[in-house]
Design a protein around this ligand. Structure first.
Ligand code: CO
Length: 453
């Protein structure tokens, strides 16, 4: 007997990250939390990704306080997206910062950690709260990535203790028949549940889910209609309706979703108006070549607009795969997506390739973030980018040893006059130093009082 399909709802995180540059505020979520909680979702993704950064940077919200408020109103497990050793920022953090972050996130209510590079980050598995830990197969297309290799990685994730695996197709590259093959292979190789996360950027979304569902996928990620499709996830109500009366029927009440969708449609209109966003993206099958994650496209389009370079959009999309090849085919997922995207933007802006090279790109190719799937040509590193040979990193653990510790971040914060900082604030600061400092300047008395309640 086939099991009902489970749905993980993304309206509170990836949905608005992909269509509205992550600008949804807590107060816009709150009126629907009770209704969302009663639907019967497997989990609600509501934290992590870019939400932490945008809370502090644009929304004047404390991300920890947002999590507490969500937790107080939700029994459905709250899921977060974590970039392993990079946490939510763009740096490599020391192990004690990673451990503290995971422990506090779990203590504040995260029930499911979805981790990009789980192989490098066991902190969540060792967390005393015992959250569900989900390892990711970061799906990408390149000459070196095959379904067989993804299955091997999935087996490693299972072995290290992950409770489930997620095929994380952040750019919507997974074609329906490829999904069928991959899910079948995973289901026969693994004992733990398989979840699928995609974006509709290429237009594959719903078809890919249907083939994956037929192949036995356990959970799919969907967004309620106003925050679905385009560069976001397939639509929750559509998937529920599609399976009605079949052996994979979700059992969820589609009618109960209508008032929630109505509310979020109004929220989307508010966000588009307040932040001058476009709010939708045309399906573009060429994402199969440029491979930009849905969560990044809306930001990239915004950046080009601000630089008065809207007409260069296509050039940029063409340049992305070339830069990615030069950089050893990293999967385009944060932070590598931002780094490759910025490099491609500079190439297009200056009209000369690799004339201006940001430090983060140099760090990526010289191995600071770990090994790339294909080794980067030494000639490219040394002669094109002008990086001295001795800066090429062969062993990443050396870099880890150099990373700033939790105690150092805490001292730094105290040195700036924020006395007696609670751990959560040290973590906010470790992740986004300048942004957190600005935020603390405005709200420190308030938030430290809140933490000590
Ligand atoms: Co996503």
């Amino acid at each position: 007997m086939a099991k009902p399909l489970q749905i993980m709802e993304t309206v509170l995180r990836d949905g608005h990250q992909s269509l509205c540059a992550t600008r949804m505020r807590y107060r816009q979520m709150e009126p629907m939390l009770a209704a969302l909680d009663s639907i019967g979702y497997k989990a609600l993704e509501a934290w992590g990704g870019a939400t932490f950064d945008t809370c502090l940077r644009f929304l004047d919200e404390d991300p920890w306080e947002r999590l507490d408020k969500l937790k107080a109103r939700l029994k459905t497990p709250i899921q977060m997206l974590l970039r392993g050793q990079n946490l939510l920022g763009y740096n490599h953090y020391s192990n004690d910062v990673v451990e503290k972050f995971v422990q506090h996130a779990a203590a504040h209510g995260i029930g499911v950690f979805r981790i990009f590079d789980a192989l490098n980050d066991k902190a969540a598995l060792e967390c005393p709260e015992k959250p569900e830990v989900q390892g990711c197969l970061v799906y990408t297309i390149s000459p070196v990535h095959t379904n067989e290799k993804f299955v091997e990685l999935a087996k490693e994730l299972q072995e290290m203790g992950c409770h489930s695996v997620c095929i994380k197709d952040m750019s919507g590259l997974l074609a329906p028949y490829a999904a069928d093959d991959l899910v079948r292979k995973l289901k026969s190789a693994l004992d733990i549940p398989v979840e699928l996360h995609t974006h509709c950027t290429s237009g594959f979304g719903h078809a890919t889910y249907l083939k994956a569902i037929e192949a036995g996928v356990d959970i799919v990620d969907c967004a309620l209609s106003p925050f679905s499709c385009d560069t976001s996830q397939p639509c929750t109500e559509t998937i529920v309706a599609m399976l009605k009366g079949t052996e994979r029927d979700t059992g969820l009440d589609r009618q109960a979703m209508t008032p929630i969708a109505k509310h979020f449609l109004a929220v989307k209109a508010e966000l588009i108006k307040e932040f001058g966003l476009k709010g939708y993206f045309d399906v573009n099958v060429n994402v199969l070549d440029f491979q930009i994650p849905g969560g990044m496209l809306s930001n990239l389009a915004n950046q080009l607009k601000e630089a008065g370079m809207e007409d260069k959009y296509q050039d940029l999309l063409d340049e992305m795969p070339r830069v990615r090849k030069d950089a050893g085919y990293p999967p385009l997922v944060t932070p590598s997506s931002q780094i490759v995207g910025t490099m491609a933007t500079f190439n297009v802006m200056t009209g000369q390739r690799y004339k201006m090279v940001p430090n983060e790109f140099k760090d990526l190719v010289r191995g600071k973030f770990g090994r790339t799937p294909v080794p980067v040509e030494r000639d490219f590193i040394i002669n094109t980018l002008g990086i001295p040979a001795e800066q090429i990193i062969e062993d990443c653990s050396v870099e880890d040893a150099k990373a700033e510790t939790f105690a150092q971040f805490k001292d730094e914060l105290i040195g700036k006059g924020f006395l007696n900082p609670p751990d959560e604030d040290v973590l906010s600061y470790a992740l986004f130093p300048q942004v957190a400092e600005e935020f603390f300047k405005k709200h420190y008395t308030q938030i430290s009082a809140y933490r000590r309640q």
